[in-house]
Design a protein around this ligand. Structure first.
Ligand code: TA6
Length: 330
């Protein structure tokens, strides 16, 4: 963790952008690449989009922006595990108990919850976080003033998913760097001949200096489901705090939250989440149930939970979030 230099990296040159525009350099092929060498051959853009073996040999993609920011995403779970500022400061958090051998979902970064946020009949947070996603396209703009690297991955139904979610679907996840900002866009297409419902979230783990110093703003006045006592029968409450702080186990689903929410991380910096389509915000800190690490992170999750998404055959649902670093001392 190197938040001490975080403020010096806030050049704020980047503009909010839900998704990178069409790029001049684009690599799209239809053949499924299985090794890192093949992935680089088919989709790699040297210096901007590179594939490598990550931990436990699990393939990952590294995005590098010309401004010096970077991001890493494992294809297993399409889990973004790193987003760094040009200073080298890491913004995301990966729990010390995280494993990368595909025996369980990666615990940290930005795991997917789809097609169930939970709790519910399916495994906790659905199956998207414990399946390999397939690369569909990459791009990077050769214009040196605005060189946005992007990777798009897809997940479709399989015998495994059909047992839990009996529908054909295509989930398309696009991750890009716009300057120092991280953009994540999820689109779920119904490729079946009957409608389906789902709930979803991006379970974003953000590193904090110390949980006692962390504050989430933008939630005052909202109705929330407090899952702290019993996640299956949450209590409905109304948030009266300007700043949500953490003095114990916290697991709250804020319904109809605003598009802009911030997490102050305790260093004078905040991580802003600007979203569209997600509708709800989940705030989670495990407190003493995870003694080894609860001090170091807070999850602020964009979710579609209160009102599940309903998608008709041939239709799609989409949502975006842009994460950026904000200087709250100014
Ligand atoms: O998003 C919050 C939450 O649903 C909590 O209820 C808690 O169970 C947590 O996620 C679990 O996440 P994990 O990645 O450990 O399955």
């Amino acid at each position: 963790m190197a938040f001490s230099s975080l403020k010096s990296s806030m050049r704020c040159g980047a503009r909010p952008c839900a998704r990178a525009p069409a790029k001049a350099a684009r690599r799209t092929v239809t053949v499924v690449a299985s090794s890192v060498a093949e992935l680089n051959e088919k989709y790699g853009i040297p210096g901007s989009v590179e594939f490598k073996d990550g931990k436990s040999g699990s393939p990952m993609v590294v995005l590098k922006h010309a401004c010096g920011s970077s991001a890493e995403m494992y294809l297993y779970g399409a889990c973004v595990t790193s987003w760094k500022q040009p200073s080298g400061d890491e913004i995301l958090y990966v729990r010390p108990d995280a494993v990368f051998d595909k025996s369980k979902p990666i615990s940290g970064g930005i795991p997917h919850c789809f097609p169930q946020f939970g709790p519910g009949p399916m495994q906790q947070h659905g199956f998207a976080r414990n399946l390999d996603w397939t690369v569909s396209t990459t791009s990077a703009d050769p214009n040196p003033d605005d060189k946005d690297p992007m990777v798009e991955v897809v997940l479709t139904e399989s015998d495994y998913t059909l047992k839990m979610f009996p529908y054909k679907f295509k989930a398309v996840y696009c991750v890009s760097l716009h300057g120092e900002q991280l953009n994540c866009e999820l689109r779920v297409i119904n490729t079946d001949d009957k409608p389906f419902d789902f709930t979803a979230a991006l379970h974003t783990y953000i590193e904090v200096l110390a949980i006692e110093k962390a504050k989430v703003t933008g939630l005052k006045g909202l109705t929330y489901l407090c899952k702290a006592k019993d996640p299956k029968t949450p209590e409905t409450k109304v948030e009266d705090r300007e700043e949500v702080t953490f003095s114990g186990y916290t697991d709250s689903v804020y319904l109809n939250s605003p598009s802009h929410v911030e997490l102050e991380v305790g260093t004078g910096a905040a991580i802003a989440l600007d979203s569209s389509g997600w509708e709800d915000t989940v705030v989670w800190n495990p407190h003493l149930t995870m003694k080894d690490c609860y001090q170091n992170f807070c999850c602020v999750e964009n979710a579609k939970f209160g009102k599940p998404a309903t998608v008709a055959p041939g239709e799609s649902w989409s949502a975006t979030v842009t994460l950026s670093v904000v200087d709250v001392t100014k």
